[in-house]
Write a protein that binds this ligand. Structure first.
Ligand SMILES: [Zn+2]
Length: 68
């Protein structure tokens, strides 16, 4: 997590601490239009602790991080 950055939701905080390879894989998955549920399962294997709804809301930009 970067100094001075306010992280509004736990998904953002989790993505922020991923290494470059995992983050690249996440973005590739989103670009490819893969199943959100499958991505969620994959993310849980690399340490994500959150609900599927929270996860989806973040990826669809409906979470607190993108609120004005
Ligand atoms: Zn978020």
């Amino acid at each position: 997590m970067s100094a001075g950055t306010v992280i509004a939701c736990k998904i953002a905080g989790w993505v922020d601490q991923l290494d470059d390879d995992d983050r690249a894989e996440l973005h590739k998955f989103l670009t490819d239009g893969g199943s959100m549920a499958a991505l969620f399962e994959r993310c849980k294997t690399v340490g994500l602790v959150a609900g599927l709804t929270t996860f989806k809301d973040h990826l669809k930009e409906r979470c607190a991080c993108v609120a004005e």
